[in-house]
Design a protein around this ligand. Structure first.
Ligand code: C2E
Ligand code: MG
Ligand code: MG
Length: 750
């Protein structure tokens, strides 16, 4: 009874009943008159007591009502404020209570669902059967029952609810209410699924995972960790990850790692670790701190994978980029880098640096004749020899082909450099045997010095290169120091090469002829064809100036072909003009000699001009023959079969092996003109020439002396038993028209 006005009305009614009631009782019992006053007083008292009693009764009633109401309100509030969903159904399963959590989860208000059949509401179709079964069990007296079903929310979403259902019965056991308490476990379930997923990743990932506590004690490791490190979980749990430390990093490395970990909560990088079997491996590792609710790190998760192989490949690639694949020496890139560093250091310390440019002599011949395998072996051997004759601090690089560069750091004088270079050359020229072939090469070395010849990498390399060309032109293994004029020469050489290509196309080459004379009869025995370049800009260029360039560039093959065919053409022309012919010898360079088609080419040239055997001869330098004596045998035989006579030119300048010479089908030896010069006055030369003539006789080979310039030399040669001579003493090489005079007369004039 909440209304106070209603309460007073009740009091009044009770008083109105009690007053007449008391009055009646009193009037019946009390005598009139004298007792009237007393009776009236009594009546009044009775009325008061009656009213008071009624009021007290009413008050009591009111209090219990209030308490009941409060309790009801309290439980209502309790139900509404409960975090869990509460749904109360009556015995017919109609909704009678639907708390706020239920409203919130379902998206429906209590007003919407009150009185509705529970079946028609919210239950996901797939759960309907289960829910009905649960209600059947509840009805049968089983309580409480826990299970999970889905609710379909007002917006069509689905929530998974974990229910505890109870049944409320009356005294006779009849179902009065069904109470359902539920918790929305949708998120929890997905969290659990995520945790399961994480655990599965942890187990199955190919990367090693280590979890430690904040004190870096290992709490768990995954199977990949065991596979990678060889340690099983029991062997590492509770221990510090330093168990797999490689010892390759210094203290600072680990200090930096911890600084980063504690600062940013993360560290990542490459780290060398050690397996149980002692082998070290490179890992790419990420360590992250996991923070608790207060923000403090309470776990470290370290994930790493083995990148040793990648690292090795990487190193290989880097090595390949900076090294020559064949010899393993630094390549041009690394050389430039080292030289630049060396120059910086030299500038700081005021020291000198030597740059040596080394080019092998006759390498191309070996490579072309014996094959690239042998060529490669030769380069490797030369690289080894150069390397072993230098200090560790010096740099040897291969630029490609047969070009090597050496950087001598911290040198004191040019004579010290010269000494090193002499030692180097001596090593390189030592004979070697490659695949059973005796092989010998020479080396031409150009030297540029820092600071006098240049202050940067480019100018020093250029200078050494130019000096090397000078050394090469001088012939034989030797070295040259750079001087300023060489730059000019290097440029000139390039121009010469370009012009020479054009000379061929424009027909600027000529053959001159120089007689070979029988000293006793003075009759012409034969002639040598010598090339000249009639250049419109340079005038007559001598072979010494352009044949080396032609040999280096390979142009010599084309030039050589032209020489052979031109000599044949000329011979045929003289023959057709009715001139008395002598055999004409053409010079064949080493590069041409190794051409397996040489004999074929000569045969074709002779054929096309209808020349018979014996008309054309060839001259081969001693070194061309000796580069590969084995190959020379076959080649010479083919020439011999063609009826082509072969003379060994410049004899005495090379590295001839007498035993080989004897085995070769050669027809004569031409003593180099350096030995003939001053023969009459120079006892050394006289001795050499005498020895060569003696050798010729011993192996049955005629000896021709070239470069005979005067009668004294001629006389001396004759004395020594030399029968044939060639030289300015008789005539210089002549253009064809002038030479025809010789053909016509057949004898030397003087
Ligand atoms: P070589 O085959 O030894 O030729 C002899 C060289 O000595 C020639 O020089 C010739 O002119 C020179 N000479 C001859 N008599 C005397 C003399 O009394 N005193 C002096 N000081 N020199 C004399 P040239 O014509 O300048 O040729 C030089 C070299 O060039 C030749 O030496 C030969 O190796 C090469 N050569 C010339 N023509 C050809 C050619 O057509 N093909 C090839 N591959 N090389 C050639
Ligand atoms: Mg010659
Ligand atoms: Mg010669």
């Amino acid at each position: 009874m909440p209304n106070p006005r209603l309460r007073y009305r009740l009091y009044l009614i009770l008083a109105l009943i009690a007053v007449p009631l008391g009055l009646g009782v009193v009037l019946a019992r009390v005598p009139s008159d004298a007792r009237l006053a007393g009776r009236l007083l009594f009546v009044a008292i009775a009325m008061g007591v009656g009213g008071g009693l009624g009021g007290a009764l009413i008050n009591q009633l009111d209090k219990s009502h209030r308490e009941l109401r409060e309790r009801h309100r309290f439980s209502e509030a309790l139900i509404d404020n409960m975090a869990s969903i509460t749904v109360v159904l009556d015995a017919a399963c109609n909704v009678v209570r639907f708390n706020r959590a239920a409203e919130h989860t379902s998206g429906r208000s209590e007003a919407q669902v009150i009185g509705q059949a529970y079946w028609s509401l919210m239950i996901a179709e797939e759960d309907l059967a289960e829910v009905q079964a649960v209600f059947a069990r509840l009805t049968a007296g089983e309580t409480p029952i826990q299970h999970e079903t889905h609710w379909v929310t007002a917006s069509g979403g689905k929530r998974l609810i974990r229910w505890t259902r109870t049944v409320v019965t009356d005294e006779r056991g009849k179902v009065r209410y069904f109470i359902a308490n539920g918790i929305d476990v949708t998120e929890q379930k997905s969290d659990e699924a995520e945790l399961r997923l994480a655990a599965s990743v942890f187990r199955n990932t190919s990367e090693a995972v280590v979890v430690t506590d904040a004190q870096a004690r290992i709490l768990s490791v995954n199977p990949a960790f065991t596979e990678l490190t060889g340690y099983t979980a029991p062997e590492v749990l509770g221990r510090n990850p330093r168990q797999i430390k490689s010892g390759r990093h210094d203290r600072k490395f680990y200090q930096d790692m911890w600084t980063s970990l504690l600062g940013t909560g993360e560290w990542r990088g490459e780290i060398w670790n050690r397996r149980k079997d002692g082998e070290t491996f490179l890992a790419w590792q990420t360590i992250s701190g996991v923070r608790d609710d207060t923000g403090a790190i309470f776990r470290f998760v370290s994930v790493f994978s083995d990148i040793t192989e990648l690292h090795v490949k990487d190193e290989q690639l880097r090595h390949q980029a900076y090294h020559d694949a064949l010899t393993g020496l630094p390549n041009r890139l690394l050389l430039q880098d080292r030289l630049a560093q060396g120059l910086e250091a030299a500038k700081r310390h005021g020291t000198a640096v030597g740059v040596l440019f080394i080019d092998l002599d006759r390498f191309k011949v070996v490579n072309d004749s014996l094959g690239h395998d042998v060529g490669d072996m030769l380069l490797v051997e030369v690289a080894r020899r150069i390397h072993s004759s230098l200090r560790r601090s010096d740099t040897v690089a291969r630029l490609g082909g047969d070009e090597f560069v050496v950087v001598l750091h911290d040198v004191s004088s040019s004579s010290e450099v010269a000494e090193v270079v002499e030692k180097l050359i001596a090593q390189i020229v030592k004979p070697m045997v490659l695949q059973d072939h005796p092989v010998q090469v020479g080396a031409s070395v150009g030297i540029a010095l820092f600071p006098q010849d240049g202050s940067d990498v480019t100018s020093l390399m250029k200078g050494a290169d130019a000096a090397m060309y000078q050394a090469k032109t001088a012939g034989r293994s030797g070295f040259r120091f750079f001087d300023a004029s060489m730059n000019h020469q290097a440029v000139e050489r390039l121009r010469l090469e370009m012009d020479l290509r054009q000379a061929l196309e424009r027909g600027e080459l000529r053959l001159y002829y120089q007689p070979k004379v029988d000293i006793r009869t003075r009759r012409m025995q034969g002639a040598e064809a010598l090339i000249r370049w009639h250049s419109p800009t340079r005038g007559i260029v001598m072979p010494g100036q352009f044949i080396p360039v032609a040999e280096e560039t390979g142009l010599i093959v084309t030039i050589g072909d032209w020489v052979i065919s031109e000599a044949c053409r000329q011979l045929a022309q003289w023959r057709d003009a009715g001139k008395p012919l002598v055999p004409v010898a053409v010079n064949v360079s080493a590069r041409q000699f190794i051409d397996p088609r040489l004999a074929e080419k000569i045969a074709a040239a002779m054929d096309s001009h209808g020349l018979s055997a014996g008309r054309l001869e060839i001259e081969l330098t001693e070194s061309a023959v000796m580069t590969d004596p084995e190959l020379a045998v076959g080649q010479l035989r083919r020439l011999q079969d063609l009826g082509v006579t072969v003379h060994v030119d410049d004899f005495g300048t090379g590295y001839s092996s007498l035993s080989y010479l004897k085995r070769l089908p050669l027809d004569s030896i031409k003593v180099d003109r350096t030995f003939v010069q001053g023969l009459d006055r120079d006892p050394d030369n006289a001795a050499i020439v005498r020895a060569i003539i003696g050798l010729g006789k011993a192996i049955g080979m005629p000896v021709v002396a070239e470069g005979v310039e005067n009668g004294d030399e001629e006389a001396r040669l004759f004395e020594e038993g030399c029968a044939t001579a060639q030289g300015y003493h008789y005539t210089e090489p002549l253009p064809p028209e002038a030479f025809e005079v010789w053909l016509d007369s057949g004898t030397a004039c003087s």
